[in-house]
Every structure is written in structure tokens, then in C-alpha cells.
Design a protein around this ligand. Sequence first.
Ligand code: MN
Length: 205
Amino acid sequence: MKLDKYRKKRNFEVTPEPKGATSPPKGKGKPLIFVVQEHQASHLHFDFRLEWRGVLLSWAIPKGPSVDPSVKRLAVPTEDHPLEYANFEGIIPPGEYGAGTVMVWDRGTWIPDDPDVDADLKDGELKFTLEGKKLKGSWVMIRARGGWSRSSEKPYWMLIKHRDAFASKEDITKSEPLSATSGHTLEQIAKDGARGAGKSKRRAP
Ligand code: MN
């Protein structure tokens, strides 16, 4: 089961994150979704997720995506997440894995340049187009040679924007700080989550 790692790390009696249905992969021709979540955990980072084979392939990007083609952004592989995670915005309670505030920073569809995504992942070079609210145009994820992430025990990757009409020198994580779904800031999501804590799915003993 691809989501075993994801489920093992979390207590779904406590966290409002989705457990994830074991949904069969969508039929061919259905658009693939992507999501970028801004995550104020012990360190602020962005989680970049691409739908593939019924799950969200996931990388943590400490500095977030850059639309400047001269900037490479470190992307550390993390466990596959369920597709429903693309809708998750809210609070992961203290003490839980990834405790902190999660915002849906950007969302949309992605189109791989090459339909054989499995081969691209194996080769360590995945080229694709993003059609998000904020991130658009052509991108590449490249696996760093010899780079090894201690936290995930997997090689790390780099996310790089290709030169096209959507490339720019702007710091998009700063110029576009609001949620792509709620329009809220991280601070508002944190406050709303704290207020709604009594309504969480935490069960009475
Ligand atoms: Mn995260």
C-alpha cells in the first residue's frame, strides 16, 4: 500500500488530515492535479505534490517554488499523500506529525511533457507544465546527483522554472501570500483553526 507510510505517521483520531480513500487511479485523459501547500511547522516550508497513480507524489521545498529560471529550489522527497490532501487547509494539532498550520498556497492541474512519468522519475528528470492559479508554464524536477536527504533517506531533487512567458524575477511566495482556495493568510488560518478547535474530530473519551 502506497499510503502506509503516510498513515503510520499520523493519528487520525487527533489530526484533521484526511486518512485517504483507496481510490482506484483515474482513467486516462483525466487531468492530473497538483497542489502546493505552505506549511508553518517547526520550520516554514512548502510542500509540492503531483498526482500520479492515485496518490500525490510529495516533496518538501524549504524555500518554496521560484519563478526565476536562474534559481534552483531544493526539493526533499516525502511520503506519498492521499489525493484528498490537496483540499487540506487547517491545523495539524500540537504533538502530531507536521504539527502547525497548512495553507493551500496553489492548486491546479499538471501535464507531464512525456506520458511515461514512471520512466522520468526513475531517470531523475521530470518535465511538466503547471496550470495553477499562481504557478504556470514549463518546469523541471531534477534529481541531484549524489545528493542524499538524511530526513527521507532518499536522494533530493531540484525544482526549476523553465524560461517562458511565465518566468519572472518576482519572489512569488512573497508577492502571492494568500490561500488559493480560501484567500486567507497563514495567520488567519491559524486563528480560525484555534477557534474551531472545539469542533475538531477529536472524540470524547
Ligand atoms: Mn510539510
